[in-house]
Design a protein around this ligand. Structure first.
Ligand code: APR
Ligand code: PHB
Length: 400
């Protein structure tokens, strides 16, 4: 088989890239290790910046998002038992975010891909990437064979490989150590998340800094809630009964939140570690990395999906420029262009994580300094604006 671009990974990054290339008339095949249902079963964040909703519109898959997504013009910060609203809309001159689950966005992209008759190979095993330092890269993968021979090996010749295969993917792992630099910070706690078919405790999100640790009240719809608690890394999701989760969440909320909280059985419960991670560069000859394959942010601020979306927008522009204008300029600029935005989001996510969580290892002075910073952010127009400006995200062509 031959195609112009092989996209490894059919998560949001791979699917959105596929749609952007398709709209430009370019040929791509997506290789996804898992099944479509498995991909849709992963519960991830759900706050879209305007750049991301614009991209969904650009590729013609924004209709359901606009119908079902919830537009939020602000969020609450809970600190010392008091709620303070960050009025994003006022502070940023009219910008909002859209609350729409990553699962829903992924489903919309999958449906559009299927409707256009584009090729996604699910269950692609043992994907390997070859010769991306030449002009003729090659990708191999396996499928379960029918006969007694077992696995069947396939080969796709292509012009480019897009590594959209997440943090544990094969593309980044195939780059020689000498050609890549990785920056990493692991945080000493995780987020225990619960999804429940209950109305959200508040119409907007609540980010809570409590003496018992961070809590986040988020949502997926008017009837579906997503809540998180900061927990020790040694905890397991199975250690937490639903009742224990709700009880701990109540203790981290204010009296008004406690009174309004509606609890119910968890539909999903899991613990995610928190990590800051960046790979430099994001471009190796004829192979590119995009999304979680290249960088991870801690989820405070919900930047992960938005960064994945902007990476693939920059990548699709570079590839379109290559084919339509015979210019290498976008390709040469890809990594630098992404990384500037990535580092800005990494800084914000690290800072917001530090502002909202408990860090006993920082001692009493660390605690006092955190409180002073929260006091500043909440009570200074400049402080609140800085938070709001970063939360709504950078425009696509910031500072260029
Ligand atoms: N071969 C084929 N597919 C693979 C391989 C492989 N060797 N390794 C991983 N994959 C697939 C995974 O099964 C997954 O479906 O690549 C996909 C990567 O998807 P995501 O992990 O969702 O990453 P990405 O598309 O970059 O989306 C970023 O996801 O983790 C969140 O916060 C992050 O919201 C952001 C978004
Ligand atoms: C979520 O809804 O899952 C969510 C929202 C905001 C965050 C992180 C996660 O900062």
């Amino acid at each position: 088989m031959r195609t112009q671009v092989v996209i490894v990974g059919g998560g949001p990054a791979g699917l959105l890239l596929g749609q952007l290339l398709y709209k430009a008339g370019l040929d791509a095949v997506i290789l996804e290790r898992q099944s479509a249902d498995y991909v849709l079963g992963r519960i991830r964040a759900g706050v879209l910046e305007q750049v991301t909703t614009d991209l969904m519109d650009e590729v013609g898959v924004g209709a359901r998002m606009h119908q079902e997504g919830l537009v939020h013009g602000g969020f609450d910060m809970l600190f010392k038992g008091q709620r303070h609203r960050i009025d994003m809309q006022r502070l940023t001159g009219g910008k909002n975010v859209m609350v729409y689950g990553q699962t829903e966005l992924t489903r919309d992209l999958m449906d559009a891909r299927q409707a256009a008759g584009l090729q996604t190979i699910y269950g692609a095993g043992n994907v390997t990437v070859h010769d991306f330092d030449s002009a003729q890269p090659l990708v191999r993968y396996e499928t379960e064979g029918d006969g007694p021979a077992g696995k069947q090996v396939h080969e796709i010749a292509c012009d480019f490989i897009a590594g959209c295969d997440g943090f544990h993917g094969v593309c980044r792992a195939s780059v020689p150590h000498s050609a890549i630099r990785e920056y990493e910070k692991i945080y000493p706690f995780g987020w225990l998340g619960v999804l429940s078919e209950t109305p959200p405790v508040h119409e907007e999100l609540i980010y809570a800094n409590s003496p018992r640790g961070f809590a986040l009240c988020s949502q997926r719809s008017h009837t579906r809630s997503r809540y998180y608690l900061q927990v020790p890394l040694t905890d397991k999701a199975s250690d937490w009964s639903d009742e224990a989760f709700w009880q701990e969440l109540r203790l981290r909320l204010d009296p008004q939140g406690r009174a309004k909280l509606v609890t119910g059985p968890s539909l999903e419960k899991s613990i995610a570690p928190l990590r800051s991670f960046v790979t430099e560069p994001m471009h190796f000859g004829r192979m590119f990395l995009a999304g979680d394959a290249a960088h991870i942010v801690p989820p405070t601020g919900a930047k992960g999906l938005n960064l994945a979306a902007t990476d693939v927008k920059y990548l699709s522009s570079a590839l379109i420029e290559f084919y339509q204008e015979k210019s290498q300029a976008g390709i040469d600029h890809y990594s630098e262009r992404c990384l500037r935005r990535v580092w800005r989001a990494e800084r914000f996510s690290w800072w917001f994580t530090g502002l909202m969580h408990r860090f006993p290892e920082n001692g009493e002075i660390g605690q006092k300094l955190q409180e002073a910073e929260l006091d500043y952010i909440i009570h200074s127009e400049a402080g609140a604006r800085s938070l709001a400006e970063n939360y709504v995200g950078l425009p696509l062509d910031f500072g260029e």
